[in-house]
Write a protein that binds this ligand. Structure first.
Ligand code: GLP
Length: 267
């Protein structure tokens, strides 16, 4: 894992955007794995800025989102489909046919999930997967206890995650119990992963992911098996990392060819 401790979420998001933009410039037909939540919003804003001001194009790209609530249709304000439209897709030049988000209203959930996996494979696999992290260490909606080899499937949310995400729902509205999420095995197959985490609330999860044992109880720890993971955190999210001074030193003294800006390497 490559750990970058940045001065602010804005700076981390700019780094992440540079990396994603580099992947898209190198391959205009790149396949992007996308996340929802508050964390990637600055990254999305920066990619939109690059599209408007620097001519970064997504018209040949395909996007697969990580997850969706079961039972929420496209029109629901808290659906991830709606979130992505509002904060990302409506500002960019993706072809609608290339935007894939699990369908929370699919009548045959298992068949829908199998079809989602097939679609990722047919698109050639995900080139870069963007991730946030839940305060309990979940990625996508793979809650603690998820199989580290899991594929896209239905999951039940923990009370903690439902409470964390209640802010996106109207007061008094129930947060759905069930979701469809790419599995940990699905995420591990992406060619590269960019994980963002900000704020003290994420510090414990970040430390467990980076420095703890690989365990299904911290789903993000499975990323220790992935050869190309870039973890971008602010100071608060880094505060529980025992080796943070070392990560700072490594990042500050990278050889030029290994720097991320503009010219990311996928290996
Ligand atoms: C949800 C999403 C995750 C996201 C997490 C953290 O559970 N399914 O993909 O990483 O929330 O959200 P936030 O970025 O708002 O803290």
């Amino acid at each position: 894992m490559e750990i970058a401790i940045t001065s602010s979420p804005r700076e981390a998001s700019r780094f992440a955007a540079q990396f994603v933009a580099g992947v898209v410039r190198a391959n205009p037909a790149a396949v992007l794995g996308l996340a929802t939540g508050g964390t990637p919003l600055d990254l999305y804003r920066e990619l939109i800025r690059m599209h408007r001001e620097e001519g970064l194009r997504f018209s040949g790209c395909t996007a697969f989102n990580l997850d969706e609530y079961v039972g929420l249709g496209h029109g629901h304000p808290a659906s991830y489909r709606r979130f992505m439209e509002e904060h990302f897709f409506q500002h960019l030049d993706f072809r609608p046919v290339n935007i894939r988000i699990p369908d929370g209203t699919a009548p045959e959930v298992a068949a829908h999930c199998a079809g989602y996996e097939r679609a990722i494979a047919e698109a050639g696999g995900i080139d870069v997967q963007i991730l946030g992290i839940g305060s309990d260490g979940h990625i996508g909606f793979n809650e603690p206890g998820s199989s580290l080899g899991s594929r896209t499937r239905i999951k039940s949310l923990t009370e903690r995650t439902r409470a964390d995400n209640a802010r996106y729902f109207a007061p008094g509205e129930e947060v759905p119990r069930h979701v469809i999420t790419m599995g940990i095995g699905t995420i591990l197959q992406a060619r590269s992963v960019v994980l963002l985490a900000f704020g003290e609330r994420k510090a414990g999860a970040v430390a467990a992911m980076v420095e703890g044992p690989v365990t299904a109880m911290v789903p993000a720890s499975a990323l220790q098996w992935h050869p190309v993971v870039k973890v971008l955190v602010d100071e608060a999210a880094a505060s529980a990392l025992a080796r943070r001074d070392y990560y700072r030193e490594v990042f500050a003294n990278k050889p030029d060819w290994q720097r991320w800006e503009g010219a990311p390497s996928l290996d």
